[in-house]
Design a protein around this ligand. Structure first.
Ligand code: FMN
Length: 179
């Protein structure tokens, strides 16, 4: 029975909001395993997610505690992969099947629902490369929550802000409750 949610956290300034998301998911009874990119660890410490999820956090592909690589072991038990925040970079890697770290490799191993909540500068979001990657991923069934319009951390306004945690939470909870 697949009952886990893997929360992928990537190197966006919105990564700190993933801590609140982890806490909210746990409070709603969801078993969360956090997988961070190396860039994300420059913005939020893995210890934060270890404490909030009460489970080991995966960063490197190479730090698996068991004989089976972590991305394969987790894929067998995971119902939903939620990536929040999702950088322009992870969307590009997902669209093109690049598997060069634990999160992107996990994405290829995972056969369940995938939800992404992009967060980036509005110019990065508008870039034709990003828009083409979004189109590819939507066509493949990846669910998008946002991004929203507003002011981003660098001070610019436009579409690129990560959606509110409450909105991402409800998309995740509804995917977890699907048959
Ligand atoms: C302080 C800081 C904030 C960043 N915020 C974002 C962001 O919100 N969205 C984004 O797509 N990239 C952002 N970047 C750039 C990414 O971290 C960079 O593209 C990185 O390679 C992403 O790697 P990842 O997708 O493996 O996490 C930021 C970089 C820095 C230094």
């Amino acid at each position: 029975m697949k009952n886990l949610l893997v929360l992928g956290v990537t190197g966006s300034i919105a990564a700190y909001k993933a801590a609140e998301l982890t806490s909210q998911l746990r409070q709603h009874g969801v078993e969360v395993r956090v997988m961070m990119t190396e860039s994300a660890t420059h913005l939020v410490a893995p210890q934060t997610f270890l404490t909030l999820s009460k489970s080991p956090v995966t960063v490197s592909l190479w730090d698996s505690p068991s004989w089976q690589p972590r991305h394969i072991e987790l894929a067998l038990e995971t119902k939903v992969l939620l990536i929040a925040p999702a950088t322009a970079n992870i969307l590009a890697k997902m669209a093109h099947g690049i598997a060069d770290d634990s999160l992107s490799t996990f994405y290829l191993s995972h056969e369940g629902t995938v939800i992404v909540a992009p967060a980036m500068n509005p110019r990065m979001w508008r870039h034709p490369a990003t828009q083409e990657n979004v189109r590819i991923l939507k066509e493949r069934g990846v669910r998008f929550v946002g991004p929203a319009e507003g002011r981003v951390a660098c001070g610019e306004a436009g579409v690129g802000r990560m959606s509110e945690v409450s909105e991402i939470l409800s998309a995740a909870l509804s995917a977890m409750s699907e048959e």
